[in-house]
Ligand binder design. Structure first.
Ligand code: PEP
Ligand code: MN
Length: 342
């Protein structure tokens, strides 16, 4: 339920209200507005008697049932758009970011080369998988800890924050030691133990949509992270499974406006995994941005033909640079801004 406080509620009544929310088995999530404070009291569906009980407490103006199955992700509980801040840029509420880099970290030279040129062409974040969730157990699984160390080295040199995937709950602690942002991949988007562990890590979470997930299920997955007390979540549409085979997945462009109508969280597009082929990456990225995305995560590799994973979809440097130029022309038409790292 959502509890709206009266303007000028005393500190004493406010604290008593929080105590009572907890005593009744709910967890309070506070959202301060100019005049009023909203408290999302998250827990089991409240009885009419309980709502009446809260209405009668000092300083309470209104008690409203939250109708959506997801609470903390909803606009009802959080009426301001969430903006995530990084040293290189911001995402949300008209501020746009690009995370770019190879599918997987393969060597020191590969990741440092990619990090240098993605920064030079204007990206605000470096991506690269150290733990790769592969369809085949015989395929390249990533460099693991060594990959994390190389990402940290690339961050130290370029100043770009790094996002990398965490594939199981017991790896959260290790990955969080090195990464600035934890990525949860499409194949793990409903791994609830992982979502909770990432929620407890204190790091921002970049959550991919599962390839067969409805948007409601996607928002409920985000709710797992948020309900651990971690408000920094980015939702990423990365293509869903359809009957169409011309692309690897089908980018659900409509997910962007639908999600944005439902949630205050930033919404990004991953055109690379949706396309599965270099030629389609830029058009899908631009379509996602035109639909209202707050950022993109895109794969680029210094030598894509030799990539150990997702070779067909990674952009060479030149194509990545061109995409950045086109984004820089498109964003102002959409009243969006992108920080250019110095
Ligand atoms: C990735 O970003 O490297 C990745 C594996 O993506 P997804 O989980 O969307 O398939
Ligand atoms: Mn990939």
């Amino acid at each position: 339920m959502l509890i709206v406080t009266k303007p000028g509620i005393s500190e004493e009544s406010f604290q008593a209200l929080l105590d009572e929310i907890r005593r009744q088995g709910y967890s309070p999530h506070i959202s301060k507005g100019e005049n009023r404070t909203l408290i999302g009291a998250v827990g089991a569906p409240p009885t009419p008697e309980l709502m009446e009980h809260f209405r009668a407490l000092p300083g309470v103006e209104q008690v409203i049932r939250i109708t959506k199955p997801f609470k903390l992700a909803s606009w009802e509980v959080h009426p301001e758009p969430t903006v995530l801040d990084f040293p290189t840029g911001r995402t949300g509420n008209g501020q746009f970011m690009v995370a770019a880099g190879p599918c997987g970290v393969e060597s020191r030279e590969q990741i440092l080369t990619a990090a240098r040129y993605v920064k030079r062409h204007g990206a605000q974040m470096l991506r690269g998988g150290a733990f790769k969730p592969r369809t085949s157990p015989y395929a390249f699984q990533g460099l693991g800890r060594e990959g994390l160390e190389l990402l940290a080295e690339a961050r130290d040199e370029t100043g770009l924050p790094v996002v990398t995937e965490v594939t199981s709950p017991d790896l959260v602690e290790l990955v969080a030691e090195y990464a600035d942002v934890l990525q949860i991949g499409a194949r793990n988007a409903q791994n609830f133990a992982l979502l909770k562990a990432a929620g407890g890590s204190g790091k921002p979470v970049l959550l991919k949509r599962g390839m067969s997930m409805t948007l409601d299920e996607f928002l409920m997955a985000a709710e797992y992270v948020l309900s651990e007390g971690n408000p920094r979540v980015v939702l990423v549409e990365r293509g869903i499974r359809t009957f169409e085979k011309a692309t690897r997945f089908t980018l659900d462009v409509s997910a962007v406006p639908v999600l944005k109508s439902q949630t205050h969280l930033p919404v990004w597009i991953d055109p690379s995994h949706a396309a599965g082929a270099r030629a389609y990456v830029a058009p899908l990225a631009l379509a996602g941005v035109a639909a209202g995305a707050d950022g993109i995560i895109v794969e680029t590799h210094p030598n894509p033909g030799e990539a150990k994973s997702d070779a067909a979809q990674q952009l060479p440097e030149q194509a990545f640079a061109e995409l950045m130029q086109r984004l820089l022309r498109l964003l102002p038409a959409l009243d969006k801004t992108m920080a250019v790292p110095v």
